[in-house]
Design a protein around this ligand. Sequence first.
Ligand code: PLP
Length: 445
Amino acid sequence: MEKTFLIKPMLDEIYPVIDYGKGVYLFDRNGKKYLDAASGAVTANIGHGVAEIVEAMMEQAKKVSFVYRSQFTSEAAEKLAAKIAEWTPGELNWCFFVNSGSEATETAMKMAIQHWQERGNQTKTKILSRWVSYHGITMGALSMSGHPSRRARFIPLLEDFPAINPPYCYRCPYNLEAPSCNYLCAKELETAIKRIGPDQIAAFIAEPVIGAAGGAISPPKDYFKQIKMICEEYDILFIADEVMTGFGRTGTMLACEQWGVVPDIVALGKGMGAGYAPIAAAVASEKVMEPILAGSKSVMSGHTLSANPQSCAVSLAVLEYLEKNDIMKEVDNKGVYLKYQLEKLKPQFNFIGDIRGKGLLLGIEFVADPITKQPFPRKLSVTQKIIEHAKDKGLLIYPAGSGIDGVNGDAVIISPPLTITKREIEELVFLLKGTFTVFSDEINT
Ligand code: PLP
């Protein structure tokens, strides 16, 4: 039996030891092959084992691996910031590098609060968010998160930030359909702002496509336009948490571009280093940074490894790889094909409630009854069971859902590397069908 000292005592589970990865596949040291249909945690966007990235890593290491961000900058960091400014829409020109998505959303939150402080407004400190959301695991990020099971233990230590309903059309709280619903869930933002007072609110944060908490919940067409209009009307900054959706996951650099919306601040992570290095960023517009630069001159945040040259060089190589191979261009087509293949499974398994998402960020929600949409009882741990059966079959998929009764049901995310081929998509769906067959037999016996 393998010893996994750090992990086993926490999860009481023994993980396979991965030996190497190539493309969409991972291989453990017993020779078992896994199709990574989750890109790890929606991270390995360009697949595993890309030699060019390893070379870029080595080249940078030969020059310098670390300089302290308060003393120096580096060519890698400067080039990366320029590339991100070039790729992001509007005037999102100011890049603050951090090491994880949670740090990125917390930095975005701090930027928003600091923006208003520098403009002489000390009371605009609340961040509005949505139930069914995940913005990270640190205390500030958890305060903004609508992820009950991850918040539960720490509630006394969290800020009680207000949250509104998400655009969860499959379980619409108003029992209506878009667009005739008039986007009542977006209008909840206005109601909340009026109730709390715009002078108390720094920003509204949202994931363009809700990931871990919901299972790729994609909004109806004009939802984010409405949100942005309300934010502008009441002088509230709009933070897009694109940690999961950024860098082409939905086919455009930012998912917000799908709906023609430019946020004031964006949190990026995951695909930014594509798993080759820990790197993330909060990117702010000129409008957000102007008072900060005129006042304190810098953002009141930072970590020892912020803008680490090694991580920046890796991220730059990842972006160049995306660019050189024109990877984003194909995402929409691949996503449509994968969704089409998944839809074919729906009539075969009556526990498939909803198939949704955008680009190569797709989700499947499981239900006990497809007509009433009744979720499975939580104690059945349906998501966990399906993930385990998939792993046995050599397929990696990502768990989603809020983790408590009454919020939403069980769901998984299907988010393979953006480099996946048509044949690999077919293999993915074949393995998923096998997984669902095992689960179906299990619940029907
Ligand atoms: N924001 C979103 C939308 C995420 O999906 C995640 C991670 O899953 C985070 C923030 C936190 O990122 P990290 O796990 O790198 O801290």
